[in-house]
Design a binder for this molecule. Structure first.
Ligand code: HEC
Length: 441
C-alpha cells in the first residue's frame, strides 16, 4: 500500500532526487553516535518553535499583563505549565546540544578546509541561540527577568562611543520598560526565528555541498561508505527520543517558579541569570573599576571573533587531535576556565545562607503582633523600647527570651512590654527570630 502510494506520488512529484539529497548522503567512515548532536539541536529548535507558538497564544507583551499572562498559562491553561516547562528546559537543552555539537566539530577538526564556511555559519547560529536565550529571559516580566536584563543592557552600555546609543536602542528609550518588553518580544518571536531559519538552511546547504567530514584519518574514512539512511537516521532518532524524554520529565517534575512581578523601583533585588550565563556573571564579579570594560565587552568581543575566524587562525592541516597540541590546548584551557567559573558561581550561590523557616515564621509574628510599635530594627519602628537590631549579640541566651516572652515582668521587673498570648511553637519561632538579629548572621 505504502509503496503504491509512494509510486503514485513519485510519478507526480519526481521524489527520487529529493530522497537522494535527503537520505543517501554518504557518510565517510560510516554512521556514528558522535555525529548526533547537530540533529538533536535541530530537533530542539523545532520543539522551541512549536512550544513558543502555543505560548504566544496566551502571552501578552506589556508590563501590565505579561506577568499575569504567564501566571495564567501556569495555573489555568490546560497543559500550560507543561508547555512552558518544555520551552524553558528545551532552551537549556539546546544550549547543551549546540555546545556538544561545536565540541565534536572542534575535536574532529571538521572546521578545516573546505568546511570553514560551515563552521562560521555555525558560530552565527550559536550566537543567535544565545540571543534567543537573552531576549526570552525578559518576557515573564518577573523580578529576576527584569534585573538580569538590566545587567545585560548595562554591559552593552560600557562599549565606548556607541555603547550609549546601543543601550537606548535595546531599551527603546531611557529606561527598561514597556518599549523594551515589546522590542524583546518582537526580536524573540519574529526577527530571530527568521534569522535562525535562514542560517540553518545555509548550514545544511553547505553540508550537502561539501559533505560531512567523517573521521580524522583518511584510512578510516575510506573504510566504509555508508549513507545517512538508515543507520545514522536511526541513531539520531534514538538520541532525539531520549533527549525529549529528559526535557519532558524536567517540564513535568521540576516547577519553574516565577519570582515576584517586576518592580523597577526595587533596586535591592539581586538577579541570578540562567545557568549558561552564570560563568560570565561570576567573571564580572572579579573585575572592577578601570578594568571593567575588559570583561563587559573587550573579552567577549575577542572570544567571538576568535571563534568566528578560528578555521583561518588554526593553519595546522592535521585533523587528528594528537597532532594538534596548540588547538587542543587552547580548547581545553577555554573549557577549563568556563567550567571552573561555572562551578565557582554555583558554589557561591549555594553558600548564601538559607533562610531558616523558624526565623521566617518568627519574623511574620513580629510583624503580626505589632512589636515594631515599640521596638526598632535597622531604623524601622518605634523608639520607646530597646533597639533590637543586634539583640542576638547582646542577649544570646535562648532561655532568657523564652522566659521573657512568657512573662516580661518576670525577668525585667517593671517592664511595660505586654504579655502576648503565644503558643509554644510561636514562642520558639519568635525567639529564633530575635536570636537571628546579629551583626554577622
Ligand atoms: C508596648 C511596647 C512593647 C511592645 C509592643 C513590645 N515590647 Fe519588647 N520590650 C519593651 C520594653 C519596654 C522592653 C525593655 C524591658 C524588658 O526587657 O522587658 C522590651 C524588651 C524586649 C526584648 C529584650 C531586649 C533587650 O535588649 O533586652 C525583646 C527581645 C523584645 N522586647 C521583643 C519583643 C517582641 C518580639 C515583641 C512583639 C511580640 C515586643 N517586644 C513587643 C516594650 C515592648
Amino acid at each position: 500500500m505504502a509503496s503504491r502510494f509512494y509510486q503514485w506520488l513519485d510519478s507526480r512529484l519526481n521524489l527520487k532526487p529529493v530522497e537522494r539529497t535527503l537520505l543517501d548522503e554518504p557518510i565517510p567512515g560510516g554512521a556514528s553516535w558522535i555525529y548526533v548532536f547537530g540533529s538533536v539541536t535541530l530537533f530542539l529548535f523545532v520543539m522551541q518553535a512549536i512550544t513558543g507558538m502555543f505560548l504566544a497564544v496566551y502571552y501578552a507583551p506589556t508590563p501590565d499583563h505579561a506577568y499575569d499572562s504567564i501566571r495564567f498559562i501556569e495555573t489555568e491553561v490546560l497543559f500550560g505549565a507543561f508547555v512552558r516547562g518544555l520551552h524553558h528546559w528545551g532552551a537549556s537543552a539546546m544550549v547543551v546540544a549546540i555546545g556538544l555539537h561545536m565540541l565534536q566539530t572542534f575535536l574532529y577538526g571538521a572546521y578545516k578546509p573546505p568546511r570553514e564556511a560551515m563552521w562560521m555559519v555555525g558560530v552565527v547560529l550559536f550566537l543567535v541561540v544565545m540571543t534567543f536565550a537573552f531576549t526570552g529571559y525578559l518576557l515573564p516580566w518577573d523580578q529576576t527577568a527584569y534585573w538580569a536584563t538590566q545587567v545585560g543592557v548595562n554591559m552593552v552600555g560600557t562599549v565606548p562611543v556607541i555603547g550609549d546609543f546601543m543601550m537606548r536602542v535595546m531599551r527603546g528609550g531611557e529606561v527598561l520598560g514597556a518599549l523594551t518588553l515589546s522590542r524583546f518580544f518582537a526580536i524573540h518571536v519574529l526577527f530571530l526565528p527568521s534569522v535562525i531559519v535562514t542560517f540553518i538552511v545555509l548550514h545544511l546547504f553547505i553540508l550537502r555541498r561539501v559533505g560531512p567530514a567523517g573521521p580524522w584519518t583518511d584510512e578510516r574514512s575510506a573504510l566504509t561508505k555508508e549513507t545517512f539512511y538508515p543507520r545514522q537516521v536511526y541513531m539520531d532518532a534514538v538520541v532525539i527520543g531520549a533527549v525529549f524524554a529528559l526535557v519532558a520529565t524536567a517540564a513535568w517534575m521540576l516547577p519553574f517558579p516565577l519570582t515576584d512581578k517586576a518592580d523597577p523601583s526595587d533596586t535591592s533585588f539581586v538577579p541570578v541569570p540562567e545557568w549558561y550565563f552564570l560563568f560570565y556573571y561570576e567573571l564580572l564579579k572579579y573585575v572592577h573599576g578601570p578594568l571593567e570594560p575588559l570583561a563587559t565587552w573587550v573579552l567577549p568581543m575577542v572570544v567571538i571573533l576568535i571563534m568566528l575566524f578560528w578555521p583561518f587562525i588554526d593553519r595546522n592541516p592535521a585533523r587528528n587531535p594528537i597532532k594538534r597540541p596548540v588547538a587542543l590546548g587552547a580548547g581545553v584551557l577555554f573549557l577549563a576556565v568556563v567550567l571552573s567559573l561555572l562551578g565557582l558561581s554555583i558554589k557561591n550561590l549555594y553558600a548564601v545562607p538559607r533562610a531558616d523557616p523558624a526565623v521566617a515564621r518568627g519574623q511574620a509574628l513580629y510583624a503580626g503582633f505589632g512589636c515594631a510599635g515599640c521596638h526598632r530594627i535597622h531604623g524601622a519602628g518605634g523608639a520607646v523600647a530597646p533597639d533590637l537590631s543586634f539583640v542576638g549579640d547582646t542577649r544570646p541566651e535562648r532561655e532568657w527570651h523564652l522566659k521573657h516572652f512568657k512573662d516580661p515582668q518576670s525577668v525585667s521587673p517593671g517592664s511595660f512590654m505586654p504579655k502576648f498570648p503565644l503558643t509554644d511553637q510561636q514562642l520558639q519561632d519568635l525567639t529564633s527570630y530575635v536570636l537571628s538579629l546579629k551583626r554577622t548572621p
